[in-house]
Design a protein around this ligand. Structure first.
Ligand code: F6R
Length: 242
């Protein structure tokens, strides 16, 4: 069962999550990491970069797998998952391009991309650490409410909540109707999973995730069953828990 930890604030939560990533890479320099984009882990990644520089942690052998991507949004567009991670992590840590495996649904057929990424994960022997956020509807990656828990990487018609909330990442209005995501099965097969949530607006969905039955209507609830899962909350996100 995953462990739930509540931190005083976003800063403390982010430092803890960053230490987890640093420690996986210290133990296994060629670790395979799968990291969500989005506002939640922003500070975690800034802390990872700062700690890596301060402690001279070598990320040059680490491999990065994309968790998800908006279909139709290219890697150079600010707001795409690739662009987000590139700005915050890959560029500051000088990660080589051949160590980064993201879905490219612009150049390639999305279904083929799913198989390509599945294959890379298999060849690498699985993911060592996955960090996910939680959507306002309980999604993880783009595994939306009602998802099929047996799928590996797949194309998703985005939930209306995700299409609407997702606009926050873009400077101009974007058509966000489809996404491509790793399946929950691949996330659950990771050696370690961190689920992060901060802020008052996540309190309701965190309550559902942790207090109701594990169900496909709340994809994040599956993470509770990860044997090496850490559900990391700040006090605001935890404020509706008993
Ligand atoms: C992003 C991702 C999404 C986000 C979720 C929360 O790569 O996989 O599932 O983690 O939508 O987003 P924020 O952190 O912006 O609230």
């Amino acid at each position: 069962m995953a462990m739930v930890s509540v931190f005083k604030n976003y800063e403390e939560l982010s430092v803890f999550a960053a230490e987890q990533i640093i420690s996986v890479v210290q133990q296994k320099p060629a670790a395979v990491l799968c990291l969500a984009a989005g506002n939640t882990p922003k500070l975690t990644y800034q802390k990872v970069v700062a700690l890596a520089k301060e402690r001279k942690v070598d990320f040059s052998a680490a491999i990065f797998i994309g968790l998800d991507e908006w279909i139709g949004i290219g890697p150079t567009i600010e707001g795409s998952c690739y662009n987000f991670l590139n700005e915050l992590l890959f560029a500051p840590l000088s990660i080589q391009l051949n160590h980064i495996h993201f879905f490219d649904a612009i150049e390639n057929d999305p279904e083929t991309e799913c198989l390509r990424i599945d294959n890379i994960i298999n060849v690498l022997g699985g993911i060592d650490l996955t960090l996910v956020g939680i959507g306002m509807n309980g999604h993880v990656g783009f595994n939306e409410p009602g998802f099929d828990p047996n799928l590996n990487a797949h194309v998703v018609v985005l939930d209306a909540v995700t299409s609407k909330v997702g606009q926050k990442y873009f400077k101009e209005n974007r058509e966000l109707t489809k996404g491509i995501t790793l399946g929950i099965a691949q996330i659950m097969a990771s050696g370690k999973v961190l689920l992060l949530a901060n802020g008052k607006n996540k309190a309701g969905i965190i309550h559902k995730t942790l207090q109701e039955n594990i169900a496909v209507s709340v994809p994040a609830s599956f993470i509770r069953e990860h044997p090496n899962g850490l559900i990391l909350l700040d006090e605001e996100a935890a404020s509706e828990l008993p």
